[in-house]
Design a protein around this ligand. Structure first.
Ligand code: AHM
Ligand code: MG
Length: 308
């Protein structure tokens, strides 16, 4: 089957789509359509959300957001990739579901999960009552509970960030990276640097071993790279449920206002004490300007429209 390489198309985020991105998107949408529980799919690979309500899902109550294949730059080189999903309850009552049904805060998620396609295939998910991990047993075609009640260690020694972007990072992140690299026996520093470039794989490793994953704003991407609806929010829900912490360097990810489908956000996520440490440095060295704070306040009050 011809599954490697570029599709030759660009998605709404201006990223080149891989054949497997498109294939995975079609497969998930088809499965959700026949499942009948969801009325909308919002996907990284579709500019607009897709209505999937039909005969089978006339009264569907759920909204599904998905990054069908996360880390797709790793497909052609046989490195682990993943799927991220998030489920919301529909809030509109009449007619067809609308964009407002999709633009709910992360705190409103009823479930979120990821699938990691690594040395084994695992499904890790939460419904807000802790996190459980299931490993695919291909001989029976079932996911079996292999990691019950997953907890991320409060402290860790692994940091994951695309350090090639160092010159473009906020000062607080630069200071944190230097902190990670300093020798200090008591806190087991210098820490270990591990970056796969697949958020699912990087976070899954950090969840098990303890660590932090950072994708900050950069001078080239002032709103960050990763998407709030189908990347940051589901991962934040899972990590919080596992006892970790997820912020944009200042504020909790799950509390962020969602104003557009493909909205981006910075993310600092992982072991609680590691995230707290970098937040402290962000506050000291990269505090938001009074103008940024004022704009946020107005946005919260609904005074200005959406930003991407
Ligand atoms: P994608 O959804 O298009 O694959 O992009 C998301 C991925 C994340 O999995 C990963 O953490 C990040 O992009 C890597 O980006 P970079 O190559 O800039 O480090
Ligand atoms: Mg992605």
């Amino acid at each position: 089957m011809d599954i490697f390489g570029d599709m030759g198309t660009i998605n709404i985020q201006g990223e080149s789509q891989k054949k497997l991105d498109v294939f995975a998107n079609e497969q998930f949408i088809a499965a959700l359509k026949s499942g009948g529980e969801c009325c909308i799919v919002a996907s990284e690979e579709n500019d607009e959300f897709v209505h999937i309500d039909g005969e089978v899902s006339k009264n569907a109550k759920y909204i599904f957001a998905i990054d069908p294949l996360d880390g797709s730059s790793n497909i052609d080189v046989n490195v682990a990739v993943g799927t991220i999903f998030s489920i919301y309850r529909r809030i509109s009552v009449d007619g067809r579901a609308t964009l407002n049904d999709v633009l709910q805060k992360g705190t409103e998620q009823v479930a979120a999960g990821y699938i990691i396609y690594g040395s084994s295939t695992m499904l890790v998910y939460t419904t807000g009552k802790g996190v459980n991990g299931f490993t695919l047993d291909p001989s029976i075609g079932e996911f079996c509970l292999s990691h019950p009640k997953m907890k991320i260690p409060e402290d860790g020694t692994i940091y994951s960030i695309n350090e090639g972007n160092y010159v473009h990072f906020p000062e607080g992140v630069k200071k944190y990276l230097k902190y990670c690299q300093v020798e200090d026996e008591q806190s087991s520093r210098p820490y270990t640097s591990r970056y796969i470039g697949s958020m699912v794989a990087d976070l899954h490793r950090n969840m098990i071993k303890g660590g932090i994953f950072i994708y900050p704003t950069t001078s080239g991407a002032p709103n960050g790279k990763l998407r709030l609806v189908y990347e940051c929010n589901p991962m934040a829900f899972i990590i919080e449920q596992a006892g970790g912490r997820a912020t944009d360097g200042y504020d909790r990810i799950l509390d962020k206002n969602v104003t557009s489908l493909h909205q981006r956000s910075a993310i600092f996520i992982g072991s609680k004490n590691m995230v707290l440490k970098v937040e402290e440095l962000m506050r000291t060295h990269s505090s938001k300007s009074p103008e940024e704070r004022a704009a946020e306040k107005m946005e919260k009050l609904g005074i200005v429209g959406g930003i991407d």
